[in-house]
Design a protein around this ligand. Structure first.
Ligand SMILES: *Cc1c(COP(=O)(O)O)cnc(C)c1O
Length: 261
């Protein structure tokens, strides 16, 4: 969405004119990477830093370059439902800047530069728990095969969902740049499809029901933001089951249910 925003000539002018903009956070939403070349080009021209939100894109890559390695920093979540998940909360930031890495290390532990010596403001306790880290170490080598399985499931959905009411995401066109964190279809009568799936005990969710600019917390600052495409999509999107453990006959069951709705 950030890429779409920046790609519009009008928005870009607006963005550049408001000199206040220092950084852009791009989210590789649903596990499909944003066109980073384009984003970096635009941001470099205007001295805007890029931060990648990779919480849904562990292991995705563009021409062999991994998600999180394009911007000034890449942020990962290891929440249990992510492509690489701990058994509890966790996360990591990656960067190739030594200075930024030092600052982040301070920030994750109260802003300390050394024990009991606070050097950086706004620090917090954000340490990755040792126990969670050890689970992640065991799971990390499996990430590639899990991502492949997710992509295979997504490809099967794209190939075999033929309902004219349902639009599948263009997973194929992404190649390695998509790790199919979520498989999100669009459906004009989304509620009917959703009820149909729920009646068959098929888990499905809406990612996400409320766009950022309509969140209550942002109401004061985003009241003049107009994003009709985002709002229309929010009323149409539905996520189908997509995770490595899903069995072939379960995939077929979902596809049949979607096609007959
Ligand atoms: C899960 C997620 C987050 C939040 O991760 P936490 O570990 O809860 O901080 C942020 N951005 C995206 C895109 C996510 O999917």
């Amino acid at each position: 969405m950030a890429a779409a925003w920046l790609a519009s000539e009008k928005n870009r002018r607006k963005t550049v004119q408001s000199k206040r903009l220092k950084a852009v956070i791009v989210t590789h939403l649903f596990g499909c990477m944003v066109d980073m070349k384009r984003v970096l080009e635009i941001c470099a021209e205007n001295e805007i830093k890029v931060i990648e939100d990779c919480a849904q894109a562990h292991g995705a890559s563009i021409e062999g370059k991994m998600a999180g390695s394009f911007g000034a920093a890449g942020c990962f979540s290891f929440y249990p439902t992510k492509n690489l998940g701990a058994l509890g909360d966790g996360g990591a930031v990656i960067t190739s800047s030594v200075a930024l890495a030092d600052r982040l290390r301070s920030l994750r532990q109260y802003g300390w530069k050394e024990k009991y010596h606070t050097a950086v403001l706004n620090g917090r306790n954000s340490r990755l728990d040792d126990i969670q880290a050890s689970f992640l170490r065991v799971k990390l080598p499996l990430l590639k095969s899990w991502n492949l399985r997710r992509r295979k499931i997504a490809a099967r959905y794209c190939e075999l969902i033929t309902s004219e009411q349902v639009t599948c995401p263009p997973i194929d066109s992404y190649g390695d740049a998509c790790v199919a964190h979520l498989f999100v279809v669009r459906c004009v009568d989304r509620e009917r499809l959703r009820n149909h799936l729920i009646a068959r005990n098929i888990g499905c969710q809406i990612h996400y029901p409320v766009p950022d600019h309509l969140q209550e917390a942002w109401m004061d600052t985003s009241s003049n933001v107009n994003l009709p495409v985002t709002e229309s999509l929010a009323s149409q999107v539905l996520s189908l089951p997509c995770y490595p453990e899903l069995e072939d006959d379960e995939i077929a069951f979902v596809i049949r249910a979607v096609n007959e709705h």
